[in-house]
Design a protein around this ligand. Structure first.
Ligand code: HEM
Ligand code: HEM
Length: 182
């Protein structure tokens, strides 16, 4: 049976809905920009206040938090996409990686936000709206920049595992899993 469109078995769609797909690919685009900005921006210790690429890093990073919030709310209310057809072990692994990705999408920017507060930086959502200061200047928050960097590396590894799994499905299993998100 052709599964490339929104064929439904009963009330369970076999493909992610348009809002889920939009938020998924928007997150990917923002993350590509965010890692680029993180690696290219000047040393954070050299800045009393975020400017240039660092200001963009804070603006895009806080936007990612907003997109994550929308994804989580939507995941609760959306029509269930139903589990992809695969063995119980693979289903468990897929769920574990998806949950870890969501967790990392929360922890990475929150650690950056705490570190920015510790540096005395003003944090604005998407560069526009002031957000609360999560740490006082020169508190513990000031010294957790490395935690933020390390958590970003873990996020990158999780993304690598996730994309590898999609390739295995596409090329190895030839089950067209990618169509569920297109
Ligand atoms: C998912 C979102 C985010 C990702 C993937 C990310 C990624 C990164 C990366 C790759 C670096 C460079 C690490 C290095 O080369 O050592 C970095 C540094 C940094 N980021 Fe983020 N970031 C995110 C969100 C944020 C947010 C929301 C803020 C602030 C509100 C922030 C503040 C910082 C700061 C202050 C540094 C410098 C840390 C240091 O050198 O001690 N980041 N980030
Ligand atoms: C080229 C990059 C990517 C491709 C090809 C891709 C592909 C896919 C596909 C096909 C699915 C559906 C899997 C299924 O039905 O079991 C999916 C789900 C998911 N993807 Fe990606 N993805 C990519 C990047 C990312 C990134 C960067 C993130 C976040 C950091 C991410 C997070 C997720 C999550 C959390 C789910 C589960 C969605 C849910 O059930 O709520 N993906 N992805």
């Amino acid at each position: 049976m052709n599964t490339s469109t929104t064929i439904r078995f009963g009330r369970t769609p076999t493909r992610y809905d348009a809002v889920s797909r939009l938020l998924h690919w928007l997150s990917l685009m923002l993350l590509i920009a965010q890692f680029g900005l993180g690696w290219l921006m000047p040393d954070a210790d050299s800045m009393k206040t975020p400017a240039g690429l660092a200001a963009w890093h804070v603006g895009v990073g806080t936007s990612l938090l907003a997109v994550l919030t929308a994804r989580l709310v939507w995941a609760v209310v959306r029509p269930s996409p139903g589990a992809a057809e695969q063995s119980g072990v693979l289903r468990f692994l897929a769920t574990a990686v998806h949950v870890s990705l969501y967790a990392a999408l929360l922890f990475v920017p929150v650690l950056g936000w705490i570190n920015a507060g510790g540096r005395g930086w003003v944090v604005r959502l998407a560069g526009l709206w002031d957000m609360p200061q999560l740490a006082m200047p020169d508190s513990l928050g000031a010294s957790i920049g490395e935690w933020h960097s390390a958590s970003a590396t873990i996020l990158l590894i999780l993304i690598g595992l996730h994309v590898f799994a999609v390739f295995v499905h596409q090329i190895g299993f030839k089950d067209g899993l990618l169509r569920r998100m297109l």
